[in-house]
Design a protein around this ligand. Structure first.
Ligand SMILES: [Zn+2]
Length: 505
């Protein structure tokens, strides 16, 4: 039976020890669309579904939404996934958005968190890109949920102090990290304050690592929700707090897709745990913002930076490579260098040429998302960011500026972290990052007739798959053919190339 105890009962009762359980799901898929056509290619690995988004919707997003799980857990829905769901399965999308509204109606605070826009590894981004990622993430959240976000999920929980400080400046009050991201041993049953610059601070929840790991990776842990509540949860309560009647929180933070996709039927485990199992064993299911409202943090903590939840080597997993992935990971450094060089050159051109029509091109980029998505009229964008507080007199100059802004948009996409997460270069995720980079190259070529492809392709030569020995250049040449005038001419392949590869290109 569902325990009917409310938080008020708990606060007024002297002998009840308030034990809360929060499940946070990070729901995210990288963009899979061909950046030239906007179409999702068929993904054979997802058969019988057309692509993985469809497969995961059937296995996870839809059943969890229809069961009402989003109304009870804490969650973030990544912008690239939200956009796809909105177009493809609007009923599922709407249930997920409404879950936050229902939580507000019930508790006065939401249970959805925003996410940095492109799932960028923030410590590896420059200051300007960090700001754009945060502001686009917040803008996307505001558009979808109709209110400001107070929490933000950082991709891979990757942090440095600069990005936390920028979150605080943007009005974000809390985020979630792994316990090993603190410099000292912490008590994960309570949130902490992290001091930032100029008197600013942010609140950090540390998830319970053994339980989150068990739910994510151990099949048996989640075989029965009642057993989970009876056998797994109580051992993670802090006994001294229990005796003193102090509140405490067990936070289980994981990829949301495990509930039904990575682990079949775990959507039903989640439903039973939050509605029956946890309450039966004395746990009140709670969300992060609601917990903060009841029990604001008092203790402070210092963080290990840079750090992330799925790499023990700072953020090397997405940078120079590390032992977290098997094989020779030196391709990661080469791919990142190629993308960084391209972005540096693209930024320079953007500042120079978009600066002819925009009073502050970087502030304009931060405000670009709602314009390009049609959420805000283009006239108000120009009146706010245009040098002459309106559309430029020369329509060609206006068009050129929009192409350069769109190139910036795809430059941000090219740093999607999934491209660096896995073990090898010759996979769909790095191919997609290279495809986004090519789209940026194309837009700059259309805007200015300047060729950034030649240097990018040269840089890609240094990135090599240890499995198939294909290089970044091979992957670039294998991208879908586009209309000839959309890209600078690609020089003929150098020696060592096979006829077969030329045919593909
Ligand atoms: Zn690592």
């Amino acid at each position: 039976m569902i325990n009917q105890t409310t938080s008020n009962d708990m606060e007024t009762s002297s002998h009840v020890d308030p034990a809360y359980l929060c499940l946070h799901g990070h729901f995210y898929q990288p963009p899979r669309e061909d950046p030239f056509t906007g179409q999702l290619p068929i993904e054979p690995g997802a058969a019988p579904f057309a692509n993985f988004n469809e497969k995961i919707t059937t296995e996870c997003y839809r059943p969890n939404a229809e069961a009402g799980n989003f109304e009870v857990i804490s969650y973030d829905l990544g912008p690239t996934l939200a956009s796809w769901l909105e177009d493809t399965h609007p009923d599922v999308y709407q249930r997920i958005i409404d879950a936050d509204h229902q939580h507000i109606a019930r508790y006065g605070v939401g249970n959805a968190l925003a996410q940095v826009y492109n799932h960028t590894i923030m410590p590896l981004a420059n200051t300007r890109d960090k700001r754009t990622q945060i502001l686009w993430g917040l803008s996307d959240f505001r558009h979808r949920y109709g209110h400001e976000a107070h929490g933000m999920w950082l991709s891979e929980t990757a942090v440095d102090l600069e990005c936390l400080d920028m979150l605080a400046q943007a009005g974000i009050t809390y985020t979630v990290l792994a316990p090993w991201q603190a410099t000292t041993a912490i008590d994960p049953s309570q949130p902490y304050i992290v001091r930032l610059f100029n008197g600013r601070s942010i609140i950090v929840f540390f998830y319970n690592a053994p339980l989150s790991g068990g739910v994510s990776f151990d099949w048996n842990t989640t075989s029965n929700a009642d057993l989970f509540a009876a056998n797994y949860l109580p051992g993670h309560l802090v006994e001294s707090k229990r005796k003193a009647g102090e509140p405490q929180l067990i936070l289980i933070a994981t990829d949301g897709e495990l509930y039904g996709h990575h682990k079949p039927w775990r959507d039903k485990f989640l439903t039973h745990l939050i509605s029956v199992g946890a309450p039966d064993y004395g746990f009140e299911v709670c969300t992060l913002e609601r917990y903060l409202q009841m029990y604001p943090p008092t203790k402070e903590v210092e963080l290990r930076t840079p750090s992330a939840w799925s790499c023990g080597h700072g953020v090397a997993r997405w940078d120079t490579g590390c032992e977290c992935t098997e094989g020779d990971s030196s391709w990661k450094a080469a791919l990142r260098q190629a993308l960084n060089n391209l972005a540096a050159r693209g930024d320079q051109l953007f500042e120079q040429y978009a600066g002819e029509t925009l009073s502050d091109p970087w502030a304009a980029r931060d405000a670009y998302l709602p314009v390009r998505n049609g959420w805000e009229p283009i006239e108000s964008f120009w009146s706010q960011y245009g040098k002459h507080h309106g559309l430029p007199g020369d329509p060609q100059l206006a068009q050129r500026t929009m192409l350069l802004l769109e190139a910036q948009y795809y430059q941000q996409y090219s740093f999607t972290s999934c491209g660096f997460f896995f073990e090898d270069l010759d996979r769909i995720e790095p191919r997609n990052d290279i495809a986004f980079a090519r789209r940026a190259i194309s837009l700059i070529w259309q805007a200015l007739g300047i060729d950034l492809q030649e240097d990018f392709v040269k840089d890609l030569q240094a990135a090599r798959s240890w499995r198939t020995h294909l290089t970044g250049v091979d992957l670039y040449r294998q991208l879908p053919v586009v209309r000839r005038d959309l890209l600078p001419p690609l020089p003929l392949p150098q020696l060592q190339r096979t006829d077969e590869q030329e045919n593909v290109a």
